[in-house]
Ligand binder design. Structure first.
Ligand code: BGC
Length: 742
C-alpha cells in the first residue's frame, strides 16, 4: 500500500472504530434510558422501576443487618463499614446505598482505618444562628462522607429540646422550631450539594432516650404541629431532604414507624415530601400496617420488609401501587441527589480544611453567658499566671457519644495513645487540649493545671494565679438521659471553691445542652463551649484572649433548677418495657413491641422559653442570650403589615470592637390564639464595625405567625393585633410595635 492509501486505510479503520463506539454507546444509552440526565428524577425512577423484579424491589427496601440489632445477610460483606448498607442493582446501573451516621462528623472512621473531622456538636451549630455556617457544617460532612465512600449520611437530628435532660440534646438544634428547622435545612442543603443523600431524624417526638423503644408519647395535634413537628416541617420543606428517619417511640398510640398520621397524612400529604422514610435502627414493628402507614424502608435488617413483605405483596395484602411507591421514592431520591450521576470517589479526607472549618464554627458557636467587669477578653500582655482547672483540661475536651460519636485521632485522649477505641456509653475526650492552647497564647506566663479532683488544692492554685479558668463538663450520649441538669462529679462545689479563692474565675462549660449553675453569681465570666469538636480548645482560647469576638446566642434556655422544667423528672420505663439484653436475640422482643408506658406532654406547645414565659418562671440565662466584647443598640422599628409582614430596624455597634450581632424578632399573637406570650419569628446576623449602623429588614413568613387549625388541617393566621419585638435576646427586646393583621 502506498503512503496515501495507508492513510486512507487508517482513516477508515479509525472512522469504523469510532463510529462503532458511538453505536455501542448509543446502544447502552438506549438500554438504560434513565441515565439521561435531562429527564426528571421522577421520570428516571419510574423507568428503572418498570425493569425491576420483585426480588430486586424487596432488596431495595431493607438493609443487610447489624450485629446485635438483626440477623446478618452474607451480602453485608460489601458494606463500606457504615450503619446501613443496601446492595445496588448493577444490571440497571443502580449503585448500592452506603449509609453512615454523621451527626457532627462521620462515625466509625477509626474502626474503618479512616479519619473524620469532629465539628462542634449540632447544638453548637445552632448557637451560631448562622445559616451560611450551617451550610458549611453540612457541606464538610458531605465531603468527608464522599471521601470515605458513603453516599448517604444519617445526621439531621432536629428533635426539639422539650426535655433538656435527653441524652441526645447535643445532637439536636435547640428548643425553638423555627431556629432548629431553618438551621437543619441549611445543613442538609450543604450536605446534599455534595451529592450525598441527607436525612432528617428522629421523626417524631423522640424527646427522651429512657424507654425509647416502648414509650408512648401523648400530645395534642395542635401542640405537636406548632412545636416538634414544625421543626421537621421547616427542615423538610426548606431542604428537599432525601430521607426522613422515623423514630423508635410511639406517638399517640402508634409506633412512629407505622404511624399513618405522621408518615402519610403529615409528611407525605401535607408537606409533599418526595423522599423516602427509613426506620431508626430496629424501629420497624409490622409489615402491612407499616407499609400502609407510609414506611418505605427498614433498617438495619429485614424482619418485616424482606420475605414477609414479598408474601404480603403476592397475597395482595400490600397493594402493588403502595409497594412500588416505596421503591420509586428511593430511586427518585438517588437520582435527585446525584448519587447515581456522581457517585463518591474514595480519597483522603482533607484534614487541614476540616480543622479550619471546625475551629471557625466553634468560634462562632461559643456563647459568652456572663462577663462581669469586662473580665474577658484576657490581655495576654497583662496576665502573668493562669490556673487551668478541671477534669482532663490538660489533654482534651469531652465529645458527644452514641451513634453520633466521631473517633478521635489516636484514640480517647485520657487513655494511652492507641488504647482509646471508642465504646458505647463510655465518655470520649477529644485530643484538643485547653492547657496547650492557652499556653500558646501566653508563652511568657506561668500556666498550671489542676484536675480539680481535690477542690482545696485547685483553690489554692487559683488563689496564687491572676486568673482561674475552670473547664467544667457534662457528658451526654444516645441511649441514656441525664439524671439532672447539675454538673456531675461535684463540679459545682469545685467551681464555688475556686471562685471563692479567686475573684477572676472564668468557667468554660463543655456540655451538650443547658446545665444549672448555682455558682453563676460567684464567677466573673462564663462561656458555653458545648462539645467543641476537633479544634475546640484553640477556638476557646481565641475567644478567651479576644482574637475572636463572641457572637453566638443560646438556642436553649438555661433554667435555675430541674424543678423549673415542665416535668421535674423523666418518666422511666417499667421493667416490662425494657428489652431483656441477656436473651440471644433481644431485637425480636423490640420488634414484637415492648409494653408501652406513657409520657404526656401536657405542656403542649410551651417548649423552652415559651414555658418559662407562660409560667412566669425566672431563668438563669434566657433563650437567645449571648454577650459580646462590644455593645449594640437597637432603634427605628417599623413594621409593615401585609401578606408577608416586614420588620425593619437599625442596629448600631456602640462599642470599640467589630462584632457580629444576632438581631432576634419575636411576635405575640392576638389573645384569641391562646398562645404563649411570644415566639421567635425571624432573625438576622450581621457584622458591624465600631460605630457602624445597619438597617435590617426581616420578612416574616405568615406560617410563623399562625396557629395550626386541627379541624381545617392547616395553618391559620388569625385576624387581630400582633406585637413585634426586636432585640438581642428573648428577654432583652427594646423595640416593640403592635400592628393589626387581617
Ligand atoms: C440511632 C440513629 C442512628 C442509627 C444507626 C440508632 O441507634 O437512634 O440515630 O442513625 O442507630 O446507627
Amino acid at each position: 500500500m502506498s503512503q496515501s492509501s495507508n492513510r486512507i486505510f487508517f482513516y477508515f479503520l479509525f472512522f469504523f472504530l469510532f463510529s462503532s463506539h458511538l453505536v455501542f454507546s448509543q446502544k447502552s444509552d438506549t438500554s438504560q434510558p434513565w441515565m439521561n440526565t435531562k429527564l426528571s428524577a421522577d421520570e428516571r425512577a419510574a423507568m428503572v422501576l418498570k425493569e425491576m423484579t420483585i426480588d430486586e424491589k424487596i432488596q431495595m427496601l431493607h438493609g443487610t443487618g447489624m450485629v446485635g440489632l438483626s440477623p446478618m445477610s452474607p451480602l453485608a460483606i460489601h458494606s463500606n463499614g457504615g450503619a446501613g448498607y443496601v446492595p445496588g442493582i448493577p444490571r440497571l446501573g443502580i449503585p448500592a446505598l452506603q449509609m453512615s451516621d454523621a451527626a457532627y462528623g462521620v462515625r466509625v472512621s477509626g474502626e474503618n482505618g479512616r479519619y473524620s473531622t469532629a465539628l462542634p456538636s449540632d447544638i453548637a451549630g445552632a448557637a451560631t444562628w448562622d445559616l451560611a455556617g450551617a451550610y458549611e457544617y453540612g457541606a464538610l460532612i458531605g465531603r468527608e462522607l464522599r471521601a470515605q465512600g458513603y453516599n448517604m449520611g444519617l445526621g439531621g437530628g432536629v428533635n426539639l429540646t422539650r426535655e433538656p435532660r435527653n441524652g441526645r440534646t447535643f445532637e439536636y438544634m435547640g428548643e425553638d422550631p423555627i431556629l432548629a428547622g431553618k438551621m437543619v435545612a441549611s445543613a442538609i442543603k450543604g450536605l446534599q450539594d455534595q451529592h450525598v443523600i441527607g436525612d432528617i431524624k428522629h421523626y417524631a417526638l423522640n424527646d427522651q432516650e429512657s424507654g425509647r423503644n416502648a414509650v408512648n408519647v401523648n400530645i395534642d395535634k395542635r401542640a405537636a404541629r406548632e412545636s416538634d413537628l414544625l421543626a421537621f416541617e421547616i427542615g423538610v420543606l426548606d431542604s428537599n431532604v432525601g430521607a426522613v428517619m422515623c423514630s423508635y417511640n410511639r406517638v399517640n398510640g402508634d409506633y412512629a414507624c407505622e404511624n399513618k398520621y405522621l408518615l402519610t397524612d403529615v409528611l407525605k400529604n401535607d408537606w409533599k415530601f418526595k423522599g423516602f422514610v427509613l426506620t431508626d435502627w430496629g424501629g420497624a414493628h409490622s409489615t402491612e400496617k407499616a407499609s400502609a402507614a407510609g414506611l418505605d424502608h427498614e433498617q438495619p435488617g429485614w424482619i418485616f420488609y424482606g420475605d414477609e413483605l414479598k408474601k404480603a405483596v403476592e397475597a395482595g395484602k400490600v397493594p402493588k401501587s403502595e409497594f412500588d411507591d416505596h421503591v420509586q421514592r428511593i430511586l427518585r431520591t438517588m437520582f435527585a441527589t446525584g448519587v447515581i450521576d456522581d457517585p463518591p470517589q474514595k480519597s483522603v479526607v482533607d484534614v487541614e480544611r476540616g480543622f479550619e472549618v471546625a475551629r471557625t464554627l466553634e468560634e462562632q458557636a461559643i456563647v459568652l453567658l456572663k462577663n462581669d467587669h469586662e473580665q474577658l477578653p484576657l490581655a495576654a500582655s497583662k496576665v502573668h499566671s493562669i490556673a487551668i482547672i478541671g477534669p482532663h483540661a490538660d489533654v482534651g475536651m469531652i465529645s458527644g457519644g452514641g451513634s453520633a460519636q466521631v473517633d478521635p485521632p489516636a484514640g480517647n485522649a485520657i487513655l494511652p495513645p492507641g488504647k482509646g477505641q471508642t465504646r458505647w456509653l463510655e465518655p470520649v475526650w477529644f485530643p484538643t487540649s485547653p492547657l496547650k492552647s492557652i499556653r500558646a497564647k501566653v508563652p511568657g506566663a506561668t500556666v498550671q493545671f489542676d484536675s480539680g479532683a481535690d477542690p482545696e488544692k485547685a483553690a489554692s492554685l487559683a488563689a496564687k494565679s491572676d486568673v482561674a479558668i475552670v473547664f467544667a463538663y457534662q457528658w451526654e450520649s444516645e441511649d441514656m438521659d441525664l439524671p439532672t441538669l447539675s454538673l456531675p462529679e461535684n463540679q459545682d462545689s469545685l467551681i464555688a471553691k475556686v471562685a471563692a479563692a479567686n475573684p477572676h474565675t472564668v468557667v468554660v462549660l463543655e456540655t451538650g445542652g443547658p446545665v444549672t449553675a448555682p455558682w453563676a453569681g460567684q464567677v466573673s465570666a462564663i462561656l458555653a463551649a458545648w462539645f467543641a469538636g476537633s479544634k475546640g480548645s484553640d477556638a476557646v482560647a481565641n475567644v478567651l484572649f479576644g482574637d475572636v469576638n463572641p457572637s453566638a446566642k443560646l438556642p436553649v434556655t438555661f433554667p435555675h433548677s430541674d424543678a423549673d422544667l415542665p416535668h421535674p423528672t423523666i418518666v422511666k420505663p417499667p421493667r416490662e418495657s425494657i428489652p431483656d439484653n441477656t436473651k440471644p436475640e433481644p431485637w425480636k422482643e423490640i420488634a414484637a413491641g415492648l409494653a408501652p408506658f406513657q409520657v404526656t406532654y401536657d405542656e403542649g406547645v410551651k417548649v423552652g422559653y415559651k414555658w418559662y414565659d407562660a409560667e412566669k418562671k425566672p431563668v438563669l440565662f434566657p433563650f437567645g442570650h449571648g454577650l459580646s466584647y462590644t455593645t449594640y443598640s437597637y432603634s427605628n422599628l417599623k413594621v409593615e403589615p401585609g401578606k408577608t409582614p416586614r420588620v425593619t430596624f437599625t442596629v448600631k455597634n456602640t462599642g470599640k470592637r467589630s462584632g457580629a450581632e444576632v438581631a432576634e424578632v419575636y411576635a405575640s399573637l392576638p389573645a384569641s390564639a391562646a398562645e404563649p406570650p411570644k415566639r421567635l419569628v425571624g432573625w438576622s446576623k450581621m457584622m458591624l464595625k465600631p460605630g457602624e449602623s445597619k438597617e435590617v429588614t426581616v420578612e416574616i413568613e405568615p406560617k410563623y405567625l399562625s396557629i395550626f387549625n386541627v379541624e381545617q388541617n392547616g395553618w391559620q393566621l388569625l385576624p387581630g393585633e400582633y406585637g413585634f419585638m426586636v432585640g438581642g435576646s428573648s428577654q432583652n427586646l427594646p423595640l416593640k410595635q403592635t400592628v393589626s393583621l387581617q
